[in-house]
Write a protein of this length. Structure first.
Length: 161
């Protein structure tokens, strides 16, 4: 699985979630010993996320939009305005169609419904996670479609820009 996600560089990822315990869970999903993505910081607020992305020169952010929702959307908007090439991957338990559309409109590259697995996160980071290459939909081709559950009966990538 890992080889298909390898590229010339490793993604430098910042996790953004208002809850410490949720960041801890997502850390386990993002991190691995395969040198595909490294966690360079964690943030619980918009201000902290903006600062860490700048300080750590992050390539990507994995963010839970429920910070509450208004703060999550404002965080996506601020990240996109300040860092146009930053990959923004949103993960959340509560992604109804209206929220999904708002998240993508604010500038997220991909939305994943929790629980997420490592494969989906790596797919999103490899493609949408850099904005230097293909979009997630282009990279994934037939492997990922919007509004379709993955074969393992887990909710998967719900939307891509």
């Amino acid at each position: 699985m890992v080889d298909e996600f390898r590229s010339a560089w490793v993604r430098r990822v910042v996790l953004v979630d208002a809850r410490d315990e949720r960041r801890e869970l997502m850390k386990r999903v993002v991190e691995g010993d395969d040198a595909v993505a490294i966690l360079v910081g964690e943030a619980g607020t918009r201000a902290t996320a903006l600062a860490i992305v700048a300080e750590q020169r992050a390539d990507s952010v994995v963010l839970d939009v429920q910070m509450p929702i208004a703060e999550g959307l404002a965080t996506i908007r601020a990240l996109r305005e300040r860092y146009p090439h930053l990959g923004i991957v949103v993960c959340s338990f509560d992604l109804d169609r209206a929220t999904l559309q708002r998240v993508l409109a604010e500038g997220a590259d991909a939305c994943l419904a929790k629980p997420v697995n490592r494969r989906n996160i790596l797919t999103a980071l490899a493609a949408g996670g850099s904005r230097r290459g293909l979009t997630l939909a282009e990279w994934a081709g037939s492997r990922v479609q919007t509004d379709v559950a993955d074969p393992g009966n887990e909710r998967s990538i719900l939307g891509v820009r």
